[in-house]
Design a protein around this ligand. Structure first.
Ligand SMILES: NC(=O)c1ccc[n+]([C@@H]2O[C@H](COP(=O)([O-])OP(=O)(O)OC[C@H]3O[C@@H](n4cnc5c(N)ncnc54)[C@H](OP(=O)(O)O)[C@@H]3O)[C@@H](O)[C@H]2O)c1
Length: 407
C-alpha cells in the first residue's frame, strides 16, 4: 500500500482495513467514531482482546484472542494498537512494522520506552508509525511540533499533559473534594490509566514528555533519566498556601532551554490566575510553546477519554492514507541538544518534624514556616541538590515548584 502512486493511494482511501488490538475505553471509542465518520472509508476487520470471559457490546465474530489472526490477516493493511500492556504492545507494533504495515498506537509508555527501536524499525522496514493520541490525546501537538516549529526558535515547551491528574487537581482546588474521591471519579470516567500510579506519580506525564522532547528538540531520552514527581504527596498545608495566594497546583511537564541545553522534568507547580494553565480544568490538557519571535502559544483540548482519544487515532488513520509519516525533523537537524540538571529551581518544600531539610541545601531561602507538626520552606535550590537530597523522596516531604520554576 505504501509504495503506490498518490492517485492509487487516494483511490484506496476506500479500502482502509483495520486490525485492532484492544477494545477498552479507546478501542470502543474508535469503533464508535469510525461509525460516525463516513468520510473516512475505514473498516475494522478483526479485534484482538485478552479476556475470554468479558461480555462484548458488538458481535462475537469481530473478536479473536490470537494475535497472529490479526497480524497475518491478508485483508488488513493497518494495525491499530490500543491495549494497556506496554510490553505486549511493543511485540505487536514491532511485528506489524516488520511486515511493512502502517501502525497507529496510543501507547505512550511503550513508545517512550522503545523510542530508539521504533525509529529503527520504521526506517528499516519503510513502515510508518503514528501516535498522536499518545501525547495529550485530542491535541494535535506532535504533528505541530514536527511541521511548524523551527528548532532554533522553540525556547520552552510546558504542559498539563495528564488528564486524570488535572481532573483530580480540579476537583481538589475548584470543587473542594478530597484526593481519594477525585481519583475514583477519574477512574469511573475512564480518564485514569488501569494502573493509577502511572498517572498520580507522574509517570504517564513523563512518557508523554519523552515523546514531546524528541519531536520538539530532537532528544531521544530514556524515561528513567527524566525526573517525575507526582501529585500523590500534595497535602493540606501546601493546598492552603495555594488557596491563600489565589493559586492552584497543576502537574506540569516541562522542557526548557537553559543555555544550549534542555531542562526536562515533570513536577507539581503553583500557577496564578494570570497563568494559562490556571484555567485548564477537568480532563483538559494544554501545551504551551514559547518561541523567540512568536512568544507564547497555547494548544488545549481533551487529554483523555474514549472519543477524544479515538479522534486522534482517527486523524492518524486518515494521515496514513495520504502517506504521512513523521520525518523526525529535529532529530535530522542534529542540533546536538543534551539534557541538563545544572540549573536552579524555586521550590516550596513542606515537611514534618521527623524530617531534616537542611537550610544549607538551599542557595537562598525567602520564607520559613513552622507549626507543631508541619513546616515549610520556600527557596532556591540547585536541581541536582534537590533530587539527590536525603529528604526529597521522603513520604513526609512534598515539593511544589514556584510559578516560574527555573531561576
Ligand atoms: N483512556 C484514555 O483516555 C487514554 C488516552 C490516551 C491514551 N490512552 C492509551 O490507550 C491505550 C488503551 O487504553 P484504554 O484506556 O482503552 O485501556 P482499557 O480500557 O484498559 O482497555 C485495554 C484493552 O486492551 C486489551 N488488552 C490488554 N492486554 C492485551 C493483550 N495482551 N492482547 C490483546 N488485548 C489486550 C484489553 O482486553 P480485554 O477487553 O479482553 O480486557 C482491553 O480491551 C493505552 O496505551 C493508554 O495509555 C488512553
Amino acid at each position: 500500500m505504501f509504495n503506490k502512486t498518490l492517485k492509487q493511494k487516494i483511490m484506496e482511501r476506500t479500502k482502509i482495513k483495520i486490525g485492532l488490538f484492544g477494545f477498552g475505553c479507546v478501542g470502543k471509542g474508535l469503533y464508535d467514531v469510525l461509525h460516525q465518520t463516513p468520510g473516512l472509508k475505514a473498516e475494522i476487520v478483526k479485534i484482538c482482546v485478552k479476556d475470554r470471559a468479558k461480555k462484548r457490546s458488538i458481535p462475537d465474530e469481530f473478536f479473536t484472542f490470537d494475535r497472529s489472526e490479526v497480524l497475518n490477516h491478508p485483508d488488513i493493511n493497518i494495525i491499530v494498537e490500543l491495549i494497556d500492556d506496554s510490553e505486549a504492545a511493543f511485540e505487536i507494533v514491532s511485528t506489524a512494522l516488520k511486515s511493512g504495515k502502517g501502525v497507529v498506537s496510543a501507547n505512550k509508555k511503550m513508545i517512550a520506552e522503545h523510542f530508539d527501536e521504533l525509529l529503527a524499525l520504521q526506517k528499516l522496514h519503510n513502515a510508518p508509525l503514528l501516535y498522536e493520541a499518545a501525547s495529550c490525546a485530542s491535541i494535535p501537538i506532535i504533528r505541530n511540533l514536527e511541521e511548524y516549529y523551527d528548532n532554533d526558535l522553540l525556547q520552552n515547551l510546558s504542559g498539563i499533559v495528564n488528564g486524570s491528574t488535572n481532573y483530580i487537581l480540579t476537583k481538589i482546588f475548584r470543587d473542594n473534594l478530597n484526593f481519594a474521591d477525585s481519583l475514583k471519579m477519574a477512574q469511573e470516567l475512564g480518564f485514569a490509566e488501569s494502573n493509577p500510579a502511572l498517572d498520580v506519580e507522574g509517570f504517564d506525564a513523563k512518557f508523554k514528555l519523552t515523546i514531546l522532547l524528541a519531536h520538539a528538540f530532537g532528544i531521544v531520552a530514556r524515561p528513567e533519566n527524566l525526573i517525575n514527581l507526582g501529585i500523590q504527596k500534595i497535602g493540606d498545608l501546601e493546598s492552603r498556601f495555594a488557596r491563600e495566594k489565589a493559586y492552584k497546583i497543576k502537574l506540569i511537564a516541562r522542557a526548557q532551554k537553559v543555555g544550549n541545553k534542555i531542562a526536562a522534568f515533570v513536577m507539581p507547580q503553583f500557577v496564578s490566575r494570570e497563568n494559562n494553565f490556571y484555567h485548564i480544568n477537568d480532563e483538559y490538557n494544554a501545551v504551551q510553546t514559547e518561541c523567540f519571535f512568536a512568544d507564547k502559544q497555547l494548544f488545549t483540548g481533551k487529554g483523555a477519554g474514549s472519543h477524544p482519544t479515538a479522534s486522534a487515532v482517527l486523524s492518524d488513520l486518515s494521515a496514513l492514507t495520504y502517506d504521512y509519516r513523521y520525518e523526525y525533523k529535529k532529530l535530522q537537524q542534529n542540533a546536538g541538544y543534551e539534557l541538563t540538571r545544572d540549573f536552579k529551581v524555586e521550590v516550596f518544600v513542606r515537611f514534618s518534624d521527623e524530617v531534616n531539610v537542611p537550610a544549607v541545601d538551599f542557595d537562598e531561602i525567602s520564607e520559613r514556616y513552622s507549626s507543631q507538626k508541619q513546616n515549610y520552606v520556600i527557596g532556591k535550590i540547585h536541581f541536582e541538590t534537590l533530587i539527590n537530597s536525603d529528604w526529597y523522596k521522603n513520604p513526609a516531604v512534598s515539593v511544589v515548584l514556584a510559578e516560574n520554576p527555573i531561576v
